[in-house]
Design a protein around this ligand. Sequence first.
Ligand SMILES: Cc1cc2nc3c(=O)[nH]c(=O)nc-3n(C[C@H](O)[C@H](O)[C@H](O)COP(=O)(O)OP(=O)(O)OC[C@H]3O[C@@H](n4cnc5c(N)ncnc54)[C@H](O)[C@@H]3O)c2cc1C
Length: 459
Amino acid sequence: MFNSQSAIDIMIRDSYWLDQEYQPTSPLDGEFDVDIVISGAGITGLSEALFLAEAGVRVAVLERREVASGASGRNGGFMLSGTHEYYADAVEELTTAYGPGGRRHAREVWQLAIENHRLMVGLMQRYRIACDYCNHGSYVVAMARPDRGSHPRPMERVAQSARLLQEDGFDSELLDAKTMQGLLRSTAVSGALFNRFDGELHPVKYVRGLAQAARGRGVAIFENTPIQDVMRDGRGLLIRTPGGRVRAEWMVMGTNAYTPQLDMSYETRITPNRGQAFVTEPVAERLFNGVFYANDGWDYWRQLHDGPGDGGRLLFGGSRNHHLAAERGSHVLHQRGRIIKTYRGYKERPTGMVQRSNDLAFNRTFPHLAHLKRTHRWGGVMGFSFDSSPFVGETETPGVYVIAGFTGRGNAYATAAARILADRILERPSELESRFPSIRTVFAASRAPCVKTPARRTS
Ligand SMILES: Cc1cc2nc3c(=O)[nH]c(=O)nc-3n(C[C@H](O)[C@H](O)[C@H](O)COP(=O)(O)OP(=O)(O)OC[C@H]3O[C@@H](n4cnc5c(N)ncnc54)[C@H](O)[C@@H]3O)c2cc1C
């Protein structure tokens, strides 16, 4: 029924999205002066670079490997509204964390993701980024037999979330077992919450499109240029790389999971977690549209729109819940400033264990498709925050900013976060912050795990 380890070994061990020609730019060689340095050329770093460059700021992006080589080139391409949780859970948890304003906070966090989606579409149009974008909505699926680590009565959570979302003005609908079983041709599902606005894209085409747009606005992007250290230099910053140095007034960390490697104060705030996925050979028939998020987000799937004809490959990811210890990174331990244990958890290489669990989950959900060959299998490293919300703002080091900790939802928040931060750095009024004031609290860069902020579950 599923691919054996030896079969897994001969699969392409990299992201389907990255499996296309690419010519990286040269690494930094020498000295360079800019207003702002950005670390990381993923969706976050490049969106930030573009927004700042549009305002005439001189920006350099330093990327350790290549554009989109991090999680931004390894994700499912889902553009979902909200954090990874059921809306009902987010309302409860934000109420526990912040008091009676919790429902308003949850509503604004969800609305911000919708604005994020609109901003992305705006960038696609403005810079003619062809990235296979479409929006057929998303389905938060309740499985008939909930998997390990997920809610035992998912339909209850889905129905409760649908009711709360509708009350809060979102275009969401509760779908019953018959509808979902008909849609997916699968008896493994028992209903879903449908969010009509959500969409999907080819993440690498999008992020490479951002890079091209940023270059067009004068942004210098140096690939294969890891930041080694950041020092204060008079009133500004000095950023060292193997081939050179950059002087800048400010720096923005767009390094998501890798942020604690640049700023130790994020060790307790962001943990690296590996996610793994595969795609199958192409299927000529269009089986279903939209993106599907099941078992509290542990598993997810979609059919791509990459042909032949109306059809496309199936993408399936998840199964971390069966291998948490192997997939969750551990923290760096420092003793008197010396690293005594480094992270494990930055390995992108897919593993037989998780890929086999993914095969089983896929085959259980779609027994009639179990025969499909898997052509690409890959992993990517996500940055999970201690409470599921990203960090956006100035860090404890003046002049150094952060946007990180998306907890598996970079496509839902990176663009809006980059816009908000650009407005703050440029000291101009932020339309997003005035419409969604909760973001300053819920996404505060300064928050840290403490007694008053109970840990929210991160799937
Ligand atoms: C399998 C998988 C599926 C996912 N599915 C989805 C999804 O469907 N929807 C969604 O919204 N999110 C999804 N995510 C999460 C999403 O991919 C991330 O939240 C998002 O890509 C984060 O973008 P980023 O630009 O902040 O970080 P990244 O894309 O990780 O970019 C950080 C960059 O920083 C660079 N870097 C690190 N250290 C340094 C240094 N010292 N110097 C210079 N550069 C450095 C890295 O090389 C990397 O390119 C998924 C993730 C995975 C792994």
